[in-house]
Write a protein that binds this ligand. Structure first.
Ligand code: IMP
Ligand code: MG
Length: 186
């Protein structure tokens, strides 16, 4: 059982998904993608910054196909009431027309971000478009979206690690941990 003592963050609750579990699951997803896209010569992994960075760099090294990567940076504004308003801070550089695009994100919560970005990308005429997310808070979805490649379904905890942050902290943890919000606020 992995503990959180190695890292100097005082807000870590519980390790929910260990490094080993993540590694195994990412390998599994990569095998699936390798199989599904074996005929494709135009595979693009499109990561959403910054949360997907750790995930996409592990995933891409396990996909045994020619591929390219690109990134978009988006922010979502969610107050007490989720508005679903998403802003593009920086767009991808690749012309995705004719490409098989896999949109890669760290976590799907309400689903607004993925829905928004998917709609935007569809208008840019990719040959195909699928979604790959490391984590999915299924119970929190506010819109109907399909996640084609999902790492883990998790309950409604706020989590950090493996790229995910709380106010930009915790991204370098090698595992997924819950945040102890009482400790975080104190
Ligand atoms: P959605 O639009 O509600 O699906 O929000 C997805 C985005 O919110 C993710 O890409 C994350 O940036 C952020 N997010 C949602 N839940 C968490 C969490 O538990 N930890 C860290 N970030 C989260
Ligand atoms: Mg994100």
């Amino acid at each position: 059982m992995q503990t959180a003592i190695d890292f100097p963050y005082d807000f870590i609750g519980q390790v929910l998904i260990s490094q080993e579990q993540i590694e195994q699951r990412v390998s599994h997803l990569a095998r699936q993608i390798t199989q599904d896209y074996r005929e494709s010569d135009k595979l693009l992994l499109l990561g959403l910054l910054r949360g997907s960075v750790v995930f996409i760099t592990d995933l891409m090294r396990k996909i045994q196909l020619p591929l390219t990567i690109d990134f978009m940076s988006v922010s979502s504004y969610t107050g007490a009431e989720t508005t679903g308003f998403v802003r593009i801070d920086s767009d991808h550089k690749t012309n995705i027309s004719g490409w098989d695009v896999i949109l890669v994100d760290d976590i799907v919560d309400s689903g607004y971000t993925i829905r928004y970005v998917k709609r935007l990308l569809v208008d840019r005429n990719p040959r195909s478009l699928r979604v790959c997310a490391l984590l999915d808070k299924t119970s929190q979805h506010k819109v109907d979206i399909q996640i084609d490649y999902c790492g883990f379904e998790i309950p409604d905890y706020f989590v950090v690690g493996y790229g995910l942050d709380i106010d930009e902290k915790g991204r370098n943890l090698p595992y997924i941990a819950s945040v102890d919000l009482a400790k975080y606020r104190s």
